[in-house]
Design a binder for this molecule. Sequence first.
Ligand code: NAD
Length: 362
Amino acid sequence: MKIAVLPGDGIGTEIVAEAVKVLNVLDLDFEMETAPVGGAAYEAHGHPLPESTLNLAKQADAILFGAVGDWKYDKLDRPLRPEQAILGLRKHLGLFANFRPAICYEQLTHASSLKPELVAGLDILIIRELTGDIYFGQPRGRRTATDGHFPGAEEAFDTMRYSRPEIERIAHVAFQAARKRSKRVTSVDKANVLETFQFWKDVVTEVGREYPDVELDHMYVDNAAMQLVKAPKRFDVVVTGNMFGDILSDEAAMLTGSIGMLPSASLNAQNQGLYEPSHGSAPDIAGQGVANPLATILSAAMMLRFSLDQPEAADRIESAVRQVLAQGLRTADIHSEGTTQVGTRDMGDAVVAAITKTTIKS
Ligand code: NAD
């Protein structure tokens, strides 16, 4: 098994170092190779996703990714900006299924912006289609309007589109994921207004007939946004398109308190995947040793489960994270009265210690 390690920029290097430390203590048989990506790769090779990094990613079974981006690159031409590296990896590896769990840990319910009783025990899995929809649909651009409310005016436009196979494959991913959980899927659409999402709804319904053991319901995206803050525990697996998923997964992330706790996975049809925390490179705290490494450590656990077929090792990491939270250890972003504030490295060390202790006991 080969893991491509792409730390990236800002806190990326600090948090990935902790995840690598955790992976190493598991004593599994895999090879890890590191390469620059994002701004770091632009500095070293003049491109955010150099050929050598892309080739490493293609050959690997899984990619452990930190984060990319820094304000200082905002003036570069768009194709050279660090964030383009993620889009490039998604495109070249065909990573069409994005998994974003939103789990509210018992010890962190107070960090949520919602009342504790609404989020205690929350465990949602948002599955977002990642390579289609209005983000990629052609044509797009700027032109002079020939019709509409202001003919002759300058206008911009994008194209929302989904093909049947694109919807079918993400629907299968969602139903299969639900089978491993509480067998409920909510498909989010805007079928009342958009042709694309009436089609989405029809195709998801058809695919759902192949999974009679999984309960399927449909919800309009505006209602889903409302229900996520009103009664988030009503959801289990949520499947939706690229744009709605982008927005709803960030909303769900906030229900759990800190973005520093949330892992994510993007998979292709061969289960090859890119695993990264849901947050960015946090330039405001980079280099200070205060970033929360748990989202990245939990992303490594997802990698073991989904791409490397090591579910027991994934369980060990997740249980070690619960243990360090139970011990009262917190990085600054999740710190509260009565808990012990620790830095990035100490948090990584505590997870390693919890894993080692469990290993010795068992
Ligand atoms: P961000 O997620 O980097 O940071 C938002 C806020 O959350 C900041 O205050 C930051 O300090 C805090 N934060 C984020 N991760 C944290 C952690 N692990 N521990 C503690 N606090 C944490 O989002 P932003 O500030 O909007 O963007 C910063 C840069 O990251 C930009 O260049 C942006 O384009 C990029 N970005 C990259 C990715 C990615 O690599 N996948 C995703 C989002 C943003």
